[in-house]
Write a protein that binds this ligand. Structure first.
Ligand code: HEM
Length: 458
């Protein structure tokens, strides 16, 4: 394998790994802030002790995850200098601004107030302490915003001009108000709520089933987590749909690829399953629902949707000879996995809502329902799978470009990089990351097992 493929592989592995922690940070910071607000406004002495323990319980899970997110996020920035120096040279003027703003406006808030929050228990007033975790949540979500502003430029460049072979920013305002940011950021925000909500749901379910002492408190938390996740799942579906509609003009090749629509059609059918033949530029066989793709894009049963083959011809006219079609099979199935997972999660959230609101007495008594809750953690990988395939669609969908229309991925790799060097770092990162994962999971699970939410003071 050459240095280009290996560098892409390394970036994909480290990004997907980093993004296991990011959505949990985005969503859990808000959930812990909501829990602490509940604690600050609560009544009786016993209730307050339990709620404080509950905030610390989920706060500790948040901190383990946060540490992993920061460590793995720092590595991401080194890639630009190590593996993608031509990209950094070409895009530095634009990419640098949102990354600097991320550090200055968001990461500083996040990291300062997380320190104050960790060490400020019993030193700050309750309200002031609660404000700290809200600021952490704000900082984390603002940080994601700046990163996605930079990423959106790569998907849909705006506010720039080319000077001496480099992209130079002409308007930061245009960069921030890039229409692509709205869809990408809102989707990532709700994906964070969903991921964290599901993490809290499975933790509560497991504690209800196995922890006699803390049971009642986790049933009450489960109800809140269900509401939180419900907003997350509905939001992720709504924002995903809205963003896909925008792609019809924002990046039609990406849309046509994840729907495997080869020819321009009006009305266009929706392919439920397809046997994709990328070399021949068609689906060898498919099961379709007539009109549906047009309806999803135009909210009407008539309207043209552009196909991959026409878009390829247009790209050749615009950019010269080349293959401008991404990996259609990977995109098509990734999209179906993501949407299918979203639907599955909605079903699980509704069932858990039914149990926690209408059968809360039953799930606290010894019976097979309560026993079954012990196995709910097996669904925990679902949101993480959806996030990973979501990123696959996002980044594989802009290939062969690294910055759509401006720089190809093959032109962006560092010129002096040898494949041996990338093998070394690739193996190094993968090995260290695996080790880190084992340590983090072990620390979190043993903490969850041993912590009890009681009304006794520590
Ligand atoms: C009906 C359900 C869904 C729809 C219609 C949908 C739609 C989309 C689309 C069109 C993209 C590609 C964006 C682009 O390349 O510009 C995307 C990316 C993504 N999706 Fe989904 N999605 C759905 C469910 C989910 C779920 C359940 C999750 C996770 C819990 C998720 C997480 C992501 C992530 C992390 C990305 C990449 C980053 C981003 O766009 O913010 N999606 N989704």
């Amino acid at each position: 394998m050459d240095a280009l493929i290996l560098s892409r592989l390394q970036f994909a592995i480290t990004t997907v790994y980093h993004f296991l922690f990011v959505p949990v940070t985005l969503g859990l910071s808000i959930f812990v802030a909501l829990l602490e607000t509940w604690y600050v406004n609560s009544g009786s002495y016993e209730e307050r002790i339990k709620l404080k323990k509950l905030v610390k319980f989920f706060g500790t899970i948040f901190l383990i995850n946060f540490a992993m997110g920061v460590v793995t996020g720092i590595v991401q920035e080194f890639h630009f200098g190590m593996n993608w120096s031509e990209y950094a040279r070409f895009m530095g003027d634009i990419f640098g601004a949102p990354l600097a703003l991320e550090a200055l406006t968001a990461f500083f808030i996040e990291s300062t107030f997380i320190g104050v929050w960790i060490f400020g228990w019993d030193k700050l007033s309750e309200k002031c302490h609660c404000l700290c975790i809200w600021l952490v949540a704000f900082g984390s979500n603002l940080s994601a915003f700046w990163i996605l502003v930079a990423n959106s430029f790569m998907q849909h460049p705006v506010g720039y001009e080319i000077q001496d072979g480099r992209a130079v920013m002409t308007s930061l305002f245009d960069l921030i108000t890039n229409r692509y940011v709205l869809g990408e950021y809102s989707h990532a925000f709700f994906a964070g709520m969903t991921t964290a909500g599901i993490l809290v749901i499975v933790t509560c379910a497991w504690k209800i089933s196995t922890d006699e002492v803390s049971r009642e408190m986790f049933v009450r938390t489960l109800r809140r987590a269900v509401l939180y996740s419900f907003v997350g799942v509905m939001g992720v579906m709504g924002s995903g749909h809205m963003h896909a509609q925008y792609l019809a003009t924002g990046n039609p090749m990406k849309l046509a690829s994840f729907e495997a629509l080869w020819e321009t059609e009006d009305p266009a059918p929706f392919a439920v399953v397809a046997d994709i033949n990328q070399a021949a530029g068609r689906n060898d066989s498919e099961i379709t629902i007539p009109y549906l793709f047009t309806f999803m894009v135009h909210n009407s049963f008539s309207g043209e949707v552009k196909g991959i083959n026409d878009l390829q011809r247009e790209a050749v006219e615009m950019y010269g000879p080349g293959n401008y079609i991404p990996d259609v099979r990977g995109m098509f199935w990734s999209f179906r996995i993501m949407v299918g997972t979203g639907m599955l999660l909605l079903g699980i959230v509704l069932i858990m809502g039914l149990l926690s609101f209408f059968f809360s007495e039953t799930i606290q008594k010894p019976n097979c329902l309560r026993c079954g809750l012990k196995f709910l953690p097996i669904i925990l990988p679902l949101p993480f799978i959806a996030n990973s395939v979501g990123w696959y669609i996002m980044e594989a969908g802009r290939q062969p470009w690294i910055v759509v229309g401006l720089q190809k991925t093959a032109q962006a790799v560092s010129p002096n990089l040898s494949s041996g060097e990338v093998w070394l770092t690739l193996i190094g990162f993968t090995g260290i990351y695996l080790l880190l994962a084992v340590v983090a999971v072990f620390t979190a699970v043993s903490f969850i097992k041993r912590t009890k939410i009681t009304e006794e003071l520590e």
